[in-house]
Each structure stands twice: as structure tokens, then as C-alpha cells.
Design a protein around this ligand. Structure first.
Ligand code: NAD
Ligand code: MG
Length: 324
């Protein structure tokens, strides 16, 4: 059952957000029969319909599906599984996640007759779609939690192939490894680490009396060039492109800023992820109505770098269509 065969499996994608939309479109373009399951009147229903999908309430959409991809926010998945998926999934169906959190930490215990797999593209949904459209792919990692049919691994591989992942790379993992490394990456390096590094650099320059516009270009805008070089050829390629002065500064000051104490705190972050503390705290925050989350989100949006960034990006005409 490779994605090149005439697909015999019916896929229902539940949720049409960042990942859901990209998965549904890529799978359909790869020849799969795709239905979208959503809450009637929900915020993304019109979008899925505009993209030409048959959209049904989740209970109905999953009832005759061979494979159901759960692409709603992680924190709603437990209730969704218990209330809607468990009572309606057909016997022997395959349940697929894009992140292992709920299964790994035991919030969801899938029915025994189901295959349970994970296919996680290593990129945000918009990139999963864009790379596919230009004939490339985002690397995917996959795992099997439960293999009732004996076909679970093949199903996961067919799905990853349908997303375009095979054009880049597909690596086998476990729910545990995917969950813990994914949480660590986004917390310590990608989202948490990178944004805090940029904000601290901006504050340091502005507090020293430099113009915010120049600080913005220096610590945020130029990061794109550096990350593109990392992406193309690793740190080696960056070193090839930057000046000798920039290299010397990198060698002497990088380890002063990101020193052993930072790495020790990264290990603390990882420990909290591994022992379930992070997930417990996140669940409690979610259940309490996100009081801290909303405050922290607002603080990020109110940071002075956002104001100057908006003004400077308004002059970059090529960004206007993307931000519309
Ligand atoms: P999202 O917030 O962008 O989209 C969620 C979708 O689910 C929306 O269509 C929303 O209307 C719908 N939804 C919300 N509650 C629902 C409910 N109770 N019933 C039915 N539909 C409901 O979500 P996302 O960021 O695409 O995340 C989906 C999954 O993909 C998560 O498991 C996440 O960890 C994983 N993932 C996300 C990314 C990413 O870049 N965003 C990357 C890899 C994996
Ligand atoms: Mg991730």
C-alpha cells in the first residue's frame, strides 16, 4: 500500500488548523480519499469547504474511516477521544497522531482493536504544504504504539509518504522519543530559546542607548540569513559565509552567553519534560482557562521589539501578501 498505488484507504483528518490543512491537502494531492471532521460551525469549517473538502461532524466523519488523523490541539484530544472517537471509530481502524503527548503520558489509552501510530513532520503546517507544492518535502518521523493489524507500520509510512516526507527523509522513532524531543526542541531552542535570545539581545542594545530600528535589524532580521545557512549546510556553512571578525567574535562570545549554566538549565527543562512535570503543569494551566498563558502571550506581543518590527516590516513590500 504505497502512496503511489491507487489508494484503498479512507482517511479522515480531524481538525483543519496548521497541520490539519497541510495534511489534508497533501494527502489528497497524493491520491488519497480524504474527508475532514470538524465541529459544525467551528472556526475552520469554511476554510476546509473552500479548499473543496467534504466536511462532516467528527462522529460522522470518522465512522467509516480506515485511518483517522487526530490534528486538533493536544489539550482537547483526551476529551475528543473519550467522547467522540472511541465510541465511533470502526473496529480495526488506524488512529494517527502528529505528536505523541497524549498517548505517551497516558491521557489517551486507545481501544485495543485499533492500530495506533504517529507521523510527525518536522516543521510547521505551512511549510509542510509549501514544500510539497514546490516538489520538496519536510522530513517526517514516525512510530508505532499499537499494531493490531500487522499493517500499522506500512500505514504510517504510506501516510508520511503522502505528506511528501519521503522526498526529504523518514525516520522511525518511538512515541516517547518524539514527545520528549519535540517538547524539548520547542522549549529550549526553537520557540522559547530563540525568542528569549532575540528579546534579550534587543533589550541589551536599546538599554545601552542604540536605536531600536538598528537593534531590530541586528538581532532579529539578520537571524534569517544565519538560519538559512544552518539549514543549507550547518554551522560549517555559516562560518564560510561570515567574516573573520564575526567568526572570532562567535568563538569568544558565544560560549560566554550560552555557557555551562544554560546547558544545566536545559537539562532541568528536559527532566521536567521526561518526568511529566511539564505536561501536568500545562494540563492544569489549560484546565484553569489559561490565565498565565494569556498573560505571557500578551507580554510577548507588547514587547518593544514587536512595535518597531511592525514599522520596519511595513517597508518590506514583499512581506505584505504573506501577512495579509
Ligand atoms: P491548530 O490549533 O492549528 O488547529 C486545530 C484544529 O482543530 C482547528 O481546525 C480547530 O478548529 C480544530 N478543533 C479544535 N478543537 C476541536 C474539537 N474539540 N473537535 C474538533 N476539532 C477541533 O493545531 P495544530 O498546531 O495543527 O496541532 C495539531 C496537532 O499537530 C497537535 O497534536 C500538535 O502537537 C501537532 N503538531 C503541530 C505542529 C505545528 O507546527 N503546529 C507541528 C507538528 C505537530
Ligand atoms: Mg515540534
Amino acid at each position: 500500500m504505497s502512496s503511489n498505488d491507487k489508494p484503498q484507504i479512507k482517511i479522515t483528518v480531524v481538525g483543519y488548523g496548521s497541520q490539519g490543512r497541510a495534511h489534508a491537502l497533501n494527502l489528497r494531492d497524493s491520491g488519497f480519499d480524504v474527508t475532514v471532521g470538524l465541529r459544525p460551525g467551528g472556526p475552520t469549517e469554511a476554510k476546509a469547504q473552500a479548499d473543496g473538502f467534504t466536511v462532516k461532524p467528527v462522529a460522522e466523519a470518522v465512522a467509516d474511516a480506515d485511518l483517522v488523523a487526530v490534528l486538533t490541539p493536544d489539550m482537547v484530544q483526551k476529551k475528543l477521544y473519550n467522547d467522540v472517537l472511541a465510541p465511533n471509530l470502526k473496529q480495526g481502524a488506524c488512529l494517527l497522531f502528529a505528536h505523541g503527548l497524549n498517548v505517551h503520558f497516558g491521557m489517551i489509552t486507545p481501544r485495543e482493536d485499533l492500530d495506533v501510530v504517529l507521523v510527525a513532520p518536522k516543521g510547521p503546517g505551512a511549510l509542510v504544504r509549501r514544500e510539497y507544492e514546490i516538489g520538496r518535502g519536510v522530513p517526517c518521523i514516525y512510530a508505532v504504539h499499537q499494531d493490531k493489524s500487522g499493517q500499522a507500520e506500512q500505514l504510517a509510512l504510506a501516510y508520511a509518504g503522502g505528506l511528501g516526507g519521503a522526498r526529504a527523509n523518514i525516520i522511525k522513532t518511538t512515541f516517547k522519543e518524539e514527545t520528549e524531543t519535540d517538547l524539548f526542541g520547542e522549549q529550549a531552542v526553537l520557540c522559547g530559546g530563540a525568542s528569549a535570545l532575540v528579546q534579550a539581545g534587543f533589550e541589551t542594545l536599546v538599554e545601552a542607548g542604540y536605536q531600536p530600528e538598528i537593534a531590530y535589524y541586528e538581532v532579529l532580521h539578520e537571524l534569517k540569513l544565519i538560519v538559512d545557512l544552518f539549514y543549507e549546510g550547518g554551522i560549517t556553512r555559516m562560518l564560510e559565509f561570515i567574516s573573520e571578525t564575526a567568526q572570532y567574535g562567535d568563538f569568544v562570545s558565544g560560549p560566554r552567553v550560552i555557557d555551562a549554566s544554560v546547558k544545566a538549565r536545559m537539562k532541568d527543562v528536559l527532566t521536567d519534560i521526561q518526568n511529566g512535570t511539564f505536561t501536568r503543569n500545562w494540563q492544569a494551566e489549560y484546565d484553569a482557562g489559561l490565565p498565565n498563558y494569556k498573560q505571557w502571550q500578551q507580554a510577548d506581543k507588547d514587547h518593544p521589539i514587536e512595535k518597531v518590527g511592525r514599522e520596519l516590516r511595513a517597508k518590506m513590500v514583499w512581506l505584505q501578501s504573506q501577512n495579509a
